[in-house]
Ligand binder design. Structure first.
Ligand code: HGY
Ligand code: MN
Ligand code: MN
Length: 396
């Protein structure tokens, strides 16, 4: 399974993945998922929001135990973020069959659409829509850098967007959702454990900063006459690092767009995207407000106009203690329980259904990079742990 998926959407130059929602690579990942489902005799369906479900047992049944993750990636992402959860879910079903386990509840494997938000800027679009945390109107307003809207992109990929929206009936049939994911940090490497259980997800969001200045000639415009938005952007990036350090948070400007982006032209506009996260909402509010304040001060000094728009936000997630503790009991009771600053579909769904997460050790902690890795033995341990969880929850 892993080798068949590994070639899809992989850049030959960087080795990173470019599986953006509703592009050809995403379509190929979806086709792979459907083939894997049908090869196992699972009932495959794509829901109104483009999420794929592969059912063992009655797709219309209730109290289902659902497990899965996402197949889309960040630009030049790693092989494991998302796919490890989907492949491990399918492999865990294979393990249940090998054990002769007899499910008494429906089990489903999912591939949630557009978790990374790499193309349209909003994280977890498929699960947000299904959970009613993104309206049809908001989804229809999403555009990529080329101006293509989400519904246009879905239609071009053969997915009908006309029914985008909440799916309460579907979620009412889910008794528990468990997402396995490669750890995006080094806690398990430091503790020496192959598998861990999630306690919480930090609150986090994405803010677009537009710095509007005045285009002019790089060679003839006196420094005193410039309204250079690149200067204000640069000061804001430095302020983000300073304020994050002071607040014990994290803040990143990882994406920037410059107009007209000419070597010998002072930009008219610089657009920078801030990703900010903190252990609690107060910390996040503090760092976000401090960065915006600093940007405003620099903008005034530089004669630049500043606009800040929040494009994505996920509040803190505390996974349900009962399911978290049930997983720990099913796995021997001694697994480490750890928080994360990374967002996940499980975080979005946790407001609608009992959710839990399993993490698999990442020896370097590196993620959102072609260098992301996980040892095969640890991945196998994750599959067995997920199989134990599915057997314990769904095969009473
Ligand atoms: O950004 C995140 O935390 C996740 O990878 N979507
Ligand atoms: Mn990710
Ligand atoms: Mn992920």
């Amino acid at each position: 399974m892993w080798r068949e998926l590994a070639t899809i959407g992989r850049s030959s130059s960087t080795g990173g993945y470019r599986r953006y929602a509703w592009t050809g690579a995403d379509t190929d990942c979806r086709a792979w998922f459907r083939e894997q489902a049908l090869a196992r005799g699972l009932a495959h369906e794509t829901d109104r929001n483009g999420n794929q479900w592969a059912w063992l047992g009655d797709p219309g049944g209730t109290d289902a135990v659902v497990t899965g993750s996402h197949l889309d990636s960040v630009p030049d992402g790693g092989a494991f973020d998302g796919p490890l959860g989907v492949v491990s879910a399918l492999a865990a079903l294979d393990e249940l069959r090998r054990r002769g386990a007899r499910p008494t509840r429906p089990i489903a494997v999912t591939n949630f659409a557009d978790e990374e938000g790499a193309r349209f800027g909003l994280a977890c679009v498929g699960s947000r829509l299904t959970a009613g945390r993104l309206t049809r109107e908001q989804a229809y307003a999403l555009r990529d850098a080329g101006g293509t809207t989400l519904p246009q992109a879905m239609e071009a990929a053969g997915q009908d967007p006309s029914a985008l929206g909440p799916d309460p009936e579907r979620l009412a049939r889910v008794g528990a959702f468990v997402e396995l994911h490669v750890e995006q940090g080094r806690a398990l490497d430091l503790s020496g454990d192959p598998v861990g259980i999630a306690s919480a997800i930090w609150p986090h969001g994405r803010w677009r900063y537009d710095f509007a200045g005045e285009a002019n000639h790089a060679g003839t415009t006196r420094l005193a006459d410039r309204r250079d938005p690149m200067l204000t952007y640069a000061e804001t990036v430095l302020a983000a690092r300073r304020e994050a350090r002071l607040a014990g948070a994290v803040a990143t400007f990882g994406k920037v767009a410059v107009e007209p982006n000419g070597v010998n032209a002072i930009p008219s506009l610089v657009r920078g995207w801030l990703d900010a996260r903190a252990a609690d909402q107060d910390g996040l509010d503090t760092v976000v407000a401090a960065i915006e304040r600093a940007a405003g001060e620099h903008a005034r000094r530089d004669g630049v106009d500043l606009t800040v728009v929040r494009e994505s936000f996920t509040p803190v997630v505390e996974f349900q203690h009962a399911l978290r503790d049930e997983l720990n009991r099913l796995l021997g009771g001694a697994l480490p329980v750890l928080g994360t600053g990374a967002g996940h579909d499980a975080g979005i769904l946790s407001a609608s259904v009992p959710t839990a997460m399993l993490f698999v050790r990442n020896p370097t902690g590196v993620s959102h990079s072609p260098a992301e890795s996980a040892a095969e033995d640890d991945c196998a341990a994750g599959v067995l742990a997920l199989a134990d969880v599915l057997e314990g929850l769904a095969c009473r």
